[in-house]
Design a protein around this ligand. Structure first.
Ligand code: SAH
Ligand code: SF4
Ligand code: F3S
Length: 439
């Protein structure tokens, strides 16, 4: 009998990808298999996120809960961004933790599980660390990290501290991994990085010079691969070359996540985002002129220190102008190792926005976005989309899949078409769901 692994994954797609790597490594090298029940696990891993304060604070109570319910000899490991951020402080604060493994050290998982009470959180990197075990359970969709870390240093963000400097993974490794996945049946690949379109800026060694647009083009030439997605691109690096490849290449899905963060130029400057709202709008207009069906998602922070009512109205105005298809919105959370936190501590004129005001702004933003989504969803009726079917509910004969534009669509069908891409006409809207018919 193999050993059982329970893993909890918090945070972004990069953490999900790291968890997939961890699972694959432990399956192949240590004969673990996954369980959904922490009570029966031999190893409990928490893959943590530290982008906002709340989840980080909850970590120690979560460790306490796992410590109570775990089997007697089971181990607990803390991985990911909070592991990088707090390092051996986690071991000092919690006697139940057996090891701490940083976000940049996941390839060492099969070694660290045999250690006692250690924290490995260094951010040095060599190429061997990019090569991971292959996940034997690959499905229709695959994720590939194309870069690690971030050089941007936006003033609110802890990620450059937890994930280190930005390093691009050599294109040869990415292409090999993509080909291997497609050989295993993967139809859609999601390319991951904090700044995907800054790809190629720095490699850890001498490697072929190649930028993001060229990388997209080369990946798209893999036979059998149907779709490419990527997240997150930075609005600053969206040059015309990228936009024309994005529009022209039929394998690149026509949905893009473009984190705006704020609609106010003054706040964008304080956040050190490097673009203005005019540049952001110009990029959207250029893309929409070439791709009328384009779907655009975004991230917005409200209540950044000094954000005035007028600044917030600028953000609402951007929502009206762009009409984002998806919106992830957050109240500013002050994080250690960030410039904004330093300003708050050292400059008396920089103040946090009142909590109630920030909550109200978040609510207004979310409500208006909901209305926009409902209005825009109705415009989908009669439209034809290509859907990659991902699941089939045999009892209700319902297929579910995503359009090229990343909309979730359900279709009644007499047979299982999972893995196929079919044309579907949208016929009905039910809440946020799109229902359609095969044509
Ligand atoms: N690399 C991506 C974002 C990574 S973090 C980019 O450049 O946009 C994911 C999201 O968390 C961010 O887009 C931001 O909206 C949010 N976020 C990051 N730091 C935050 C903070 N201190 N408080 C609130 N939200 C934050
Ligand atoms: Fe954070 Fe900015 Fe880097 Fe995104 S680009 S990870 S928000 S520092
Ligand atoms: Fe969180 Fe780390 Fe991702 S801080 S958002 S898990 S890069």
């Amino acid at each position: 009998m193999g050993k059982k692994l329970y893993i909890q994954t918090l945070g972004c797609a990069m953490n999900e990808r790291d968890s997939a790597h961890i699972i694959a490594e432990l399956q192949e090298k240590e004969h673990y298999f996954l369980t959904q029940n922490p009570k029966e696990a031999d190893l409990i891993l928490i893959n943590t996120c530290s982008v906002r304060e709340k989840p980080e604070k909850k970590l120690f109570s979560e460790i306490g809960q796992y410590a109570k319910l775990k089997k007697q000899d089971a181990k607990i490991g803390v991985c990911g961004c909070t592991a990088s951020h707090l390092g051996d402080v986690i071991l000092k604060r919690s006697k139940s933790v057996d090891f701490v493994l940083g976000a940049r050290n996941v390839s060492k998982i099969s070694q660290i599980i045999h250690q006692k009470r250690v924290a490995w959180v260094d951010i040095d990197y060599d190429d061997s660390a990019y090569v991971f075990s292959q996940n034997p359970n690959s499905t229709l969709k695959g994720m590939i990290n194309i870069s690690i870390g971030c050089d941007k240093k936006c003033t609110y963000c802890i990620v450059p501290h937890t994930r280190g400097n930005e390093i691009s993974i050599p294109a040869a490794l990415i292409l090999d991994e993509a080909k291997r996945m497609v050989g295993d049946g993967v139809k859609e690949i999601l390319l991951l990085g904090q700044n995907v379109n800054n790809y190629g800026k720095r490699f850890s060694n001498e490697h072929r010079a190649i930028n993001f647009t060229q990388l997209l083009n080369e990946i798209s030439q893999i036979n059998g691969l149907e779709r490419i997605r990527f997240t997150s691109p930075h609005p600053l690096h969206m040059d015309d070359d990228f936009i024309s490849e994005f529009a022209r290449n039929p394998k690149i899905c026509k949905s893009i996540h473009m984190p705006l963060q704020s609609g106010s130029n003054a706040i964008l400057q304080k956040m050190r985002r490097g673009y203005t709202k005019e540049w952001f709008l110009n990029r959207i207009e250029k893309m929409r002129s070439l791709i009328p069906c384009l779907s655009v998602g975004t991230d917005i922070i409200v209540g950044f220190p000094t954000e005035s009512e007028e600044d917030f109205l600028d953000t609402l105005d951007m929502l009206e102008k762009v009409r984002f298809d998806t919106l992830y919105s957050f109240i500013y959370s002050s994080r250690p190792h960030t410039q904004a936190q330093k300003w708050l501590e050292e400059d008396k004129s920089v103040k946090l926005v009142d909590e109630e005001v920030a909550k109200e702004r978040l609510m207004l933003l979310k409500e208006r976005h909901k209305e926009i989504l409902t209005e825009d969803n109705f415009k989908q009726i009669g439209k034809i989309h290509s859907i990659l079917f991902e699941s089939f509910d045999e009892e209700n004969l319902l297929l579910e899949g995503r359009s090229d534009t990343n909309k979730l669509v359900r279709v009644k069908a007499g047979r299982n078409l999972v893995g196929e891409i079919c044309k579907v006409k949208i016929s009905q809207i039910k809440g946020a769901q799109l229902l359609g018919e095969l044509i």
